[in-house]
Design a protein around this ligand. Structure first.
Ligand SMILES: *[C@@H]1O[C@H](CO)[C@@H](O)[C@H](O)[C@H]1NC(C)=O
Ligand SMILES: *[C@@H]1O[C@H](CO)[C@@H](O)[C@H](O)[C@H]1NC(C)=O
Length: 341
């Protein structure tokens, strides 16, 4: 009279021994990794341990939703059969022999992922099989770009980085010397891949314009993290200055000049010269950002104004001019210095 536990132990031991014998004859890989849209090979061979074992048929099954379904069957008297395939040629046996049941699947779909059973119908020992886990990965397409925003004191997304259609989802981080924050979101696509989007958010100051930050995408299918540089584009209105006034404009002087410079994003290209009282005196000549006075006379004894425009705004600045009756005599001082030097 054996106790129940001892018969249980005996049964599982026998089972272990049997499985050991089976796994020795059927050679498969525990796990195979394939890429979406590409081909994958699931190796499966039968290595007979003696002449007395006869193989009559090989069958591949896939476990889907807890149910095993035959996906590929080979019997030497018939054409190979792929019971579930609607698209011809996506599944095929590498060879049509009873020793090698290696299966090729491709182009791979996400639904191909799962557990596969390769089974040989043998005589006299019955069915013998091996299990392979197929993992389907998808290499994402990664992009990053600046989000053009106007300078402000509210936090806004200034750059976006997208890892499109990866499996598993990619990990996105940012390298930046700026005081910003990232927000990440994931969307699962119909084909099972995941699109990850990360926005870099910060208070967009005009000083941040032209600064470089880097999006780093890490993914299982990439040997190295991918670095995607982004140059920020913060829009701001022109900052206008007038240069060239030497405080030595006197009557009958030849060649006096003012230059209007303006920083801004986008860079201002249009300059309009006027005076604080209205239109320009007839004696001045405008060449874009340059205001040229060929002969200084009383009409330029005024305040000149330069207005610069870009997409964001229109800004002007003034330069008052003081026209003297005669030469101020600065170079007199210089020549006196020169006589002593
Ligand atoms: C980052 O985001 C958190 C929460 O949204 C916020 O409290 C924090 O101030 C942000 N940090 C910066 C540097 O913007
Ligand atoms: C220019 O204007 C100032 C007052 O705005 C005046 O004192 C000066 O005499 C003027 N110069 C000439 C050359 O008229």
């Amino acid at each position: 009279m054996g106790a129940p536990w001892s018969s249980c132990a005996f049964a599982s031991l026998l089972f272990c021994l049997l499985s050991a014998a089976i796994t020795q004859r059927v050679k498969v890989l525990d796990e195979v990794t394939g890429y979406l849209g590409q081909e994958v090979t699931l190796p499966c061979t039968f290595v007979p341990t003696g002449n007395e074992i006869k193989v009559s048929q090989v069958t591949w099954m896939q476990e889907a939703a807890g149910r095993k379904q035959n996906v590929a069957v080979f019997h030497p008297d018939h054409e190979p059969s792929y019971p579930l395939e609607t698209e011809r040629g996506r599944l095929r046996f590498k060879t049509q022999t009873l020793e090698d049941a290696t299966l090729i699947i491709g182009p791979l779909r996400m639904a191909d992922e799962g557990t596969y059973f390769c089974e040989f119908a043998t005589y006299p020992s019955g069915n013998e099989g091996g299990i392979t886990n197929l993992v389907v990965l998808a290499k994402p397409t990664n992009t990053a770009e600046a989000q053009e925003v106007k300078a402000s004191n509210l936090e806004l997304p200034v750059a976006v980085c997208i890892s499109n259609r990866g499996k598993p989802p990619a990990r996105i981080t940012w390298q930046s010397g700026l005081n910003g924050n990232a927000t990440v979101s994931e969307v699962t696509n119909a084909d099972g891949t995941v699109t990850v989007t990360s926005y870099y958010r910060m208070v967009p100051t005009k000083e941040a314009n032209g600064q470089r930050i880097t999006c780093i995408v890490e993914h299982k299918t990439q040997p190295q993290p991918e670095a995607l540089p982004v140059v920020l584009s913060i829009l701001y209105p022109p900052e206008v200055t007038i240069e060239g006034y030497d405080d030595n404009w006197y009557l009958s002087r030849n060649e006096a000049m003012l230059k209007c410079t303006a920083k801004g994003n986008p860079p201002p290209t249009e300059f309009i010269w006027s005076t604080a009282n209205g239109p320009l005196p007839k004696t001045v000549e405008v060449q874009g950002d340059i205001l040229l006075v060929r002969n200084v006379d009383a009409s330029v004894n005024t305040t000149f104004r330069c207005q610069a425009t870009n997409r964001v705004g229109q800004v002007s600045t003034d330069q008052p001019i003081y026209v003297r009756g005669e030469y101020r005599g600065e170079s007199m001082v210089l020549s006196v210095c020169g006589a002593f030097g």
